[in-house]
Design a binder for this molecule. Structure first.
Ligand code: NAD
Length: 499
């Protein structure tokens, strides 16, 4: 797949991806595919001012009219799904099916946001005072800063941007510096929609390409009331105090360390499919990747060899090929991190399968690995950390209470699942004494969330929620109003104050 062919199909100005100070690599062959320009501090200042000006106009546009922009954008995405999906695959290395899935997720959130633009409902509240009406309404916030990770280079931006825009905000996007070309593509497609729909303010959506330093400037700027940041827990730990210090609002979507419990009554065929997709999908580079598997003792001896057999047959290779299930890691750093984790795991782990680098013809500079399985004691320190690579730790359990305690005994709290046909077990897993994660599934794996639910996790995953349900409230301010249509001025709580 040639970058210029895809870029031309998407209508990207080729100058934007062939000149600049930042070299962009495709993980497929590990070779450069473009040059892009990073934003200077002066351009950034201009962008923030333009975003403020756009906000002042946009907040006055009726929400259903704001939805019209996203409706048109959704249609443009439908028309460009294959090309954008291919670009996602080329730039971040996930298999083409997953590249297409990511664009579908953008289309889905556009549909959701269009509907929502007519449903930014407030609340009517009974007032204790005669002839008074109390109600809540929701108002736009201002420019929203979006910082995104390399592994979902387009969908995460769309989750944030479409909601922020229909809520009446402008957006400033700092994508990962590993995937700036997909960001340029998204911005180009949104600009197409902006050109079709009348009277959209110029600076409504802006792209700020650069590294962590660009993100740091965005985060520190008090003109940006909301920062939605997706990435590692280390990044969240760095930015959260900076946003808090200026009383901004942060929506944090950070690292996961997701586990699945396989109970004795589970349908093992279903469980195996979910485990393998969850653990090796996107080459283990999803925030929701399954990283730990707690298997009941009664089925441990049959499930583990079955899993090892499947791992031995997984097709690793060029993510554009139909038969490929596992594409490359993003870069050498990701490979080194994986090898470091595997080395550490040698001290406590047993019976490792996979983990080695695989040479793919014509992709010599890409970092391809055989996904790894390692049997581990539940107490091993390794299982506390997220290594962003396909490593799955296995350990047995005997009692579900004990399994849930082990399941929850990690710093992160994003996604979780149980496979069981026992209703008591599934209800317990979903109850107050069950999984402590933001996502808890039954007979479905940890990855592959639909956009309709609020997405996010607890503890070191950051506590943010994006995408569906009422996540839109994160991009708006709540106003509580009391309207007095009487000719008296009664005070709340019956307080007498006469003079
Ligand atoms: P990363 O933390 O290295 O970078 C993420 C983004 O943050 C990039 O745009 C980066 O430039 C920026 N950044 C880094 N340090 C910053 C700082 N100090 N100030 C401002 N911006 C800064 O993450 P990555 O390697 O791109 O992505 C992988 C990580 O992201 C994993 O931990 C994964 O679990 C997580 N992730 C989480 C979710 C979620 O929804 N919870 C989704 C996708 C990825």
């Amino acid at each position: 797949m040639n970058i210029n062919t895809i870029a031309t199909a998407l209508g990207i100005d080729l100058d934007l991806i062939n000149h600049g100070d930042l070299t962009v690599f495709s993980p497929i062959e590990g070779n450069p595919i473009g040059q892009v320009t990073t934003v200077s501090p002066q351009c950034m200042e201009q962008s923030i001012i333009a975003a403020e000006e756009a906000f002042v106009q946009w907040r006055q546009v009726p929400a259903p009219k704001r939805g019209e922009l996203i409706r048109v954008f959704g249609q443009i995405l439908r028309d460009n799904k294959e090309a954008l999906g291919a670009l996602v695959t080329l730039e971040c290395g996930k298999i083409y099916q997953e590249g297409l899935g990511e664009v579908q997720e953008m289309i889905d959130i556009c549909d959701f946001s269009v509907g929502l633009s007519r449903q930014l409902y407030g609340l009517t509240i009974a007032s204790e005072r005669l002839e008074h009406r109390m109600f809540e309404s929701w108002q736009p916030m201002g420019p929203v800063g979006i910082i995104s990770a390399f592994n979902f280079p387009v969908a995460v931006w769309a989750w944030n941007a479409t909601l922020a825009i229909i809520c009446g905000n402008s957006v400033l996007w700092k994508p990962s510096d590993k995937t700036p070309i997909t960001a340029i593509a998204c911005q180009t497609l949104l600009q197409k929609a902006i050109a079709i729909v009348a009277d959209i303010p110029q600076g409504l959506s802006q792209l700020l390409i650069g590294g962590a330093d660009v993100g740091e400037r965005l985060v520190a700027d008090k003109r940006i009331p909301v920062i939605s940041a997706t990435g590692s827990t280390a990044m969240g730990r760095a930015i959260a105090p900076v946003v808090a210090e200026r009383f901004g609002r942060s929506i944090l979507e950070l690292g996961g360390n997701n586990a699945m419990i396989i109970a004795p009554s589970a349908n093992l065929d279903m469980a195996l499919r979910a485990i393998v997709f969850g653990a090796v999908g996107s080459a283990g580079q999803r925030c929701t990747t399954t990283r730990r598997l707690l298997i009941h003792n009664e089925i441990y001896a049959s499930l583990v060899p079955a899993l090892q057999r499947i791992y031995g047959q997984l097709t690793v290779g060029n993510p554009f090929l139909k038969e490929t299930l596992v594409g490359p890691l993003i870069d050498k750093e990701a490979f080194d991190n994986m090898q470091y984790a595997l080395k550490q795991a040698e001290y406590t782990g047993n019976n490792r399968v996979g983990g080695q680098r695989i040479n793919i013809p014509d992709c010599n500079n890409g970092y391809y690995v055989a996904p790894a399985l390692i049997e581990m004691p539940a107490t091993a320190p390794m299982i506390q950390t997220e290594t962003f690579a396909p490593i799955l730790y296995l350990y047995p359990y005997t009692d579900l209470h004990e399994a849930i305690a082990q399941h929850n005994d990690v710093p992160q709290g994003l996604s979780s699942a149980i496979f069981t046909n026992d209703i008591r077990e599934s209800e317990m897993f979903l109850s107050a004494v069950g999984s402590d994660c933001g996502i808890a599934n039954v007979n479905i794996g940890t990855s592959g969330a639909e956009i309709g639910g609020a997405f996010g996790g607890e503890k070191e995953t950051g506590g943010g929620r994006e995408s569906g349900s009422d996540a839109w409230k994160g991009y708006m301010r709540r106003v509580t109003s009391t309207l007095n249509y009487s000719s008296e001025l009664p005070l709340a709580q019956g307080i007498e104050f006469t003079f």
